[in-house]
Ligand binder design. Structure first.
Ligand code: DQA
Length: 143
């Protein structure tokens, strides 16, 4: 099946962006690791990153018709702000896991709320790049 990994704003800077919080792995490193694991399990993985809310909304809408079976979504800062991206995921009604490198609950109060957690299949946060790997295992187990 096809698994789509969506990454929100500033995650293109992973590896150099606040490495004490987000680690040294680049988004390309993380994506390559995920793609290898998905392929070994007989699935296909596609990855999309954007800093623009409407691009993420458009990509989610496209997932409705492109054979995507499951999504891993790190909405980044949009986690705490985007009703539009939440509504897009609700509209396509595809299962998704919310992923964060850091543990937002251990950070500033404005990161403690998520517009996604209550409609996600599950949430994985706080394990750095491994958060994506654990979320992928959960997705594979459900496909
Ligand atoms: C993040 C956590 C968010 O609060 C933050 O805005 C990000 C990254 C994470 O993966 O830890 O950009 O989603």
């Amino acid at each position: 099946a096809k698994i789509l990994v969506l990454n929100g704003p500033n995650l293109n800077l992973l590896g150099e962006r606040e490495p004490g919080i987000y680690g040294r792995a680049t988004l390309a490193d993380i994506t390559a690791r995920l793609a290898a694991r998905a392929e070994a399990a007989g699935h296909a993985l596609e990855s999309f990153q954007s800093n623009a809310e409407h691009e993420l909304v458009n990509r989610v809408q496209a997932a409705r018709l492109d054979g995507t079976a499951f999504l891993l979504v790190n909405p980044a800062a949009f986690t705490h702000t985007s009703v539009a991206l939440r509504d897009a995921l609700a509209a396509v009604a595809l299962p998704f896991i919310e992923v964060h490198l850091s543990n937002p609950h251990a950070r500033e109060p404005f990161r403690h709320t998520s517009y996604f957690s209550d409609i996600a299949t599950g949430v994985v946060c706080g394990f750095g790049a491994d958060s994506y790997a654990y979320a992928l295992e959960a997705a594979i187990a459900r496909l």
